[in-house]
Design a protein around this ligand. Structure first.
Ligand SMILES: *[C@@H]1O[C@H](CO)[C@@H](O)[C@H](O)[C@H]1NC(C)=O
Length: 397
């Protein structure tokens, strides 16, 4: 073979190498997704994911603009390459009927290392019908409806820019994850949608939620047992129930919550601001190193709250104390307006009083007509600093 004949095949080899290094794009429409909002595109999306995940070079699944009906999606790893991208520009819609979704999650990401989810796409849970069937408050069990999205055993990953809309239950459930950043995500559901927690974190380490915009019917962010090194920064919340550590102490063998930093957040017209909640009559547990700083409250019903008698459905042994030990907590630089006179409530357990609680630079005004903001404390002696309005522990019990 002379040089001239070898050039084309050499070119082919070079091209092949280039493509391997960059990986390939798998467009779900080329894989058969109809994007007509009527036929179920789950299979086409899953086939695209499988191809990308099996590729030895970092690859990308692209969901272009359009409306994709999907009964359920399971983005399953481990994948062969070091990283994988899911770019969502379209709207993915769940069936409105909860019974058409198998299992307790509509869109699941599982066992993936190096995942990037990007694009301005929307995961629309179409929750309206499900909310009317929610019997959580009656049964105390809230697992009968599917969560919109779950990240389970996902590591070293970044989720950015996507929207979770009208989830049937929780919007985003983060479980067993390590080192994952959620950046600029949007969460939206009406104020009266039941148990639609925005982002729930449990048994995970190194999770950052930054610049999320959350409007929903339950906690904007809730941080459950086994969470460590969690940062919540630049989040806006409202309507919703606020940003919570807990609830803790409902189950046996809950893992400690350690190292939670909530900073520079804005809460508007929410039921609570920043709170720590544990159930009465609980098994023992630990919540430590919880810091809330630089928070703006706009017409928040209880802006600052430790509630160790949390019992939303009213069937608790209220006389038995919570045994979740809360320590090393700080509330600093918290300003704005309270929708009720009780702006700061620190109600700790008489069984295991809170320890090392610091409160500094609080300026919360009651925005109602009569009276002014006040506070109450039980089973806690916070150390105080800076200027404090209202006076902290105005009432002691
Ligand atoms: C303040 O919050 C209360 C109770 O949630 C609500 O009824 C009221 O409309 C809110 N006020 C404003 C100005 O948003």
């Amino acid at each position: 073979m002379n040089i001239r004949d070898a050039v084309p095949s050499l070119l082919m080899i070079l091209l092949a190498i280039a493509f391997r290094a960059h990986g390939a794009d798998f467009n779900v429409q080329s894989m058969g997704a109809k994007a007509n909002g009527k036929s179920d595109d789950s299979q086409a999306i899953m086939n695209s994911w499988k191809k990308a995940c099996e590729s030895t070079a970092p690859s990308k699944v692209v969901i272009p603009k359009g409306t994709y009906l999907a009964s359920s999606l399971k983005f399953q790893g481990p994948c062969k390459a070091k990283s994988i991208i899911l770019q969502v520009d379209g709207t993915i819609q769940a069936p409105a009927d909860p019974s058409k979704i198998g299992g307790n999650t509509w869109v699941l990401f599982q066992n993936i290392d190096g995942l990037t989810v990007s694009g301005g796409g929307i995961f629309d849970g179409q929750g309206k019908l499900a909310w009317s069937k929610n019997d959580c408050a009656k049964t105390g069990k809230c697992s009968s409806l599917p969560n919109n999205m779950a990240f389970s055993s996902v590591t070293n990953s970044k989720i950015q820019g996507i929207t979770s809309l009208d989830s049937k239950l929780f919007h985003v459930n983060i479980i067993n994850c390590n080192n994952v950043v959620f950046q600029s995500i949007i969460i939206s559901a009406p104020e009266n949608s039941l148990n639609t927690d925005g982002i729930h974190i449990g048994r995970s380490k190194g999770i950052t939620i930054s610049n999320a915009r959350i409007k929903t019917g339950d906690d904007c962010v809730s941080i459950g047992d086994g969470s460590e090194q969690v940062r919540v920064e630049g989040v806006t919340c409202g309507p919703g129930h606020g940003i919570s550590v807990g609830s803790l102490g409902k189950y046996q063998n809950e893992q400690p919550v350690i190292g939670i930093n909530v900073r520079n957040c804005i809460l508007t017209n929410t039921m609570n601001g920043v709170r720590v909640k544990t159930w009465p009559a609980s098994p023992s547990g630990v919540a430590s190193d919880l810091h809330f700083e630089g928070i703006t409250m706009n017409n928040v019903s209880t802006p600052v709250l430790i509630d160790q008698q949390y019992c939303p459905y009213g069937n608790c042994q209220q006389m038995m104390p919570s045994k979740v030990k809360i320590s090393k907590v700080s509330f600093k630089n918290i300003k704005g307006t309270s929708a009720t006179p009780m702006a700061v409530r620190l109600v700790c357990s008489k069984g295991v009083p809170c320890q090392n609680v610091q409160v500094g630079d609080i300026n919360l005004k009651y925005n109602g007509k009569d009276g002014s903001a006040t506070s109450e404390c039980s089973n806690v002696k916070p150390s105080l600093s800076g200027s404090l309005f209202p006076k902290i522990c105005a009432r002691m019990s």
